[in-house]
Design a protein around this ligand. Structure first.
Ligand SMILES: [Zn+2]
Length: 209
């Protein structure tokens, strides 16, 4: 038991692998490796309230990002013009036989940001109001796995535009849905910046460790 407690209170520098007893620092301070000067971790200020604000904002952008047109597609010489929402874009890809790309766009542009924002909001609210339970460990670990994929949606946004350009040889314009989608993805990325995993792990470990 004593050995486990000792191990859990130690931290390794990810640059030089030096082991330290986990330093007690307050919000706004950072722990620095005394051997190589690398930042070990930072205690972010007001991280719970900021994460709640950013994740709530991101979730509010979700319905318009999905339903409103993201791209106006037209051929001016033929007098044809159509607006397409993200769902329309995914449907077009399916109808054109691009099943894997349609699935990937859906997962990484809609599903992953939605789950990440919901999970970040849930974890932050649980920590803020002290609704702590052991299942939060597993939940937070799963959230971290999603973090690995958090930036891939930028690639897929580019892919949507390229696909439309290539398949329809059309003129493109930006619509309200795209603005909502960009803001949604921005909030999804910002959650990684506002959230302080070290504080959350410490809180959970002090409660259940
Ligand atoms: Zn170091």
């Amino acid at each position: 038991m004593a050995v486990e407690q000792l191990q859990s209170s130690m931290i390794a520098c990810h640059q030089c692998d030096t082991l330290f007893n986990s330093p007690k620092i307050v919000d706004g301070q950072e722990a620095i490796c005394t051997c190589c000067g690398t930042t070990l971790f930072v205690r972010k200020k007001n991280h719970i309230n900021r994460t709640i604000a950013v994740s709530s904002a991101g979730l509010l952008f979700f319905p318009p990002a999905m339903i409103l047109p993201i791209i106006g597609v037209g051929v001016s010489s033929a007098g044809i013009y159509n607006d397409a929402s993200l769902i329309d874009c995914i449907t077009l890809m399916i109808n054109s036989g691009y099943y894997i790309i349609a699935f990937a766009v859906f997962i990484f542009t809609l599903a992953v940001p939605l789950v990440r924002l919901s999970a970040a909001l849930y974890i932050s609210i649980c920590i803020k109001y002290n609704w702590l339970k052991p299942s939060l460990f597993t939940f937070f670990r799963s959230y971290h796995m999603l973090d690995t994929w958090s930036m891939i949606h930028v690639f897929f946004m580019g892919l949507i535009v390229s696909m439309y350009k290539l398949t329809s040889l059309a003129e493109l314009s930006v619509d309200q849905g795209l603005v909502s989608l960009v803001l949604l993805l921005l909030c999804s990325t910002l959650v990684s910046i506002t959230m302080d995993p070290h504080s959350i792990w410490d809180k959970l470990e002090s409660e259940f460790g």
